[in-house]
Design a protein. Structure first.
Length: 292
């Protein structure tokens, strides 16, 4: 299936004590370019995420954003610094004895003092973290690829319709081309008749000139090649996959043949057809620029 180079995918899940969010978006680019934004302590995941995305994406400028946060209380351990607590109690009771005041010190009072509690985060296993992140990233990537496929299908349909119109225009140009030669022969004969007036006109000379003109304006080869290109376009779409570069090259060939026909034509009707032909090919080219 043909895929667009633009797309977006997002997945957010809570797994293994973490709140994980992965966002993927892409725009057109000649090659595969990957940029990743992760929390500083999880920078080691960037290469793994790049490998995951590149396994399914071959072209485009990809931006991946990873948000990863431990759910409060899931990976922490609360401990009491007994030495600090004992120091507070000893200091306060020393003051109580000196000042001869009532000892009403309670556990709640001690708990309010700074640095009594130690909040310790559990040691993380990088492999386990990656397994969790990869699940969320895979879901975001699936949504991302689905969007690119849907957009690619619409582009392929549009390009196919325009290629069909190109075929129709080629048929019309092929019909008009001999008429252009015949019209040239008639104009040449009328001009010579006017110049020579009553003198005998050399029919052989007229035929020779008409033949030379016909050779100059003949578009048979260009017509055959354009039809061949249309068949190649259909075959590329049928094959699917990352076909953007092939299509880009093929549309250049479409444009080359159209320009050659345009340089040969001198008839106004053919010129109008060539203008429309080149317009359709340009629209095809614009769409092809978006295909992976």
């Amino acid at each position: 299936m043909v895929r667009s180079m633009t797309g977006y995918g997002r997945s957010q899940q809570q797994l293994g004590g973490y709140d994980i969010l992965v966002e993927l978006k892409s725009v057109n680019h000649r090659y595969f370019e990957f940029a990743c934004k992760t929390p500083r302590m999880y920078g080691y995941l960037e290469d793994k995420l790049k490998a995951l995305v590149s396994s399914q994406v071959s072209r485009g400028k990809i931006q991946l954003n990873l948000y990863l946060q431990a759910i409060q209380g899931q990976d922490t351990h609360i401990a009491v610094d007994r030495a600090v607590a004992a120091g507070y109690v000893q200091a306060l009771r020393g003051v109580q004895q000196e000042l001869q005041v009532r000892d009403d010190l309670s556990l709640c009072d001690v708990a309010r003092f700074p640095d009594v509690f130690l909040v310790q985060r559990a040691q993380e296993d990088p492999q386990q973290v990656w397994q969790l992140v990869s699940q969320v990233a895979a879901a975001a990537l699936e949504e991302f690829c689905t969007m690119r496929q849907k957009e690619g299908a619409r582009m392929a349909e549009d390009i196919t319709c325009r290629a069909s119109r190109v075929g129709q225009l080629v048929d019309e140009i092929e019909v008009l081309s001999p008429q252009t030669v015949q019209a040239y022969r008639q104009r040449l004969q009328a001009k010579l008749q006017e110049i020579l007036e009553s003198r005998q006109i050399d029919e052989a000379r007229i035929l020779t000139e008409a033949a030379i003109f016909a050779d100059k304006v003949a578009v048979d080869e260009e017509v055959v090649r354009l039809r061949s290109h249309i068949r190649s376009l259909e075959e590329i779409f049928a094959a699917g996959g990352a076909v953007g570069r092939k299509l880009d090259f093929l549309v250049q060939e479409f444009n080359r043949e159209a320009n050659t026909i345009g340089s040969k034509c001198s008839d106004m009707a053919v010129t109008k057809l060539v203008v429309e032909l080149k317009s359709e090919i340009e629209k095809m080219r614009e769409q092809v620029q978006n295909i992976e």
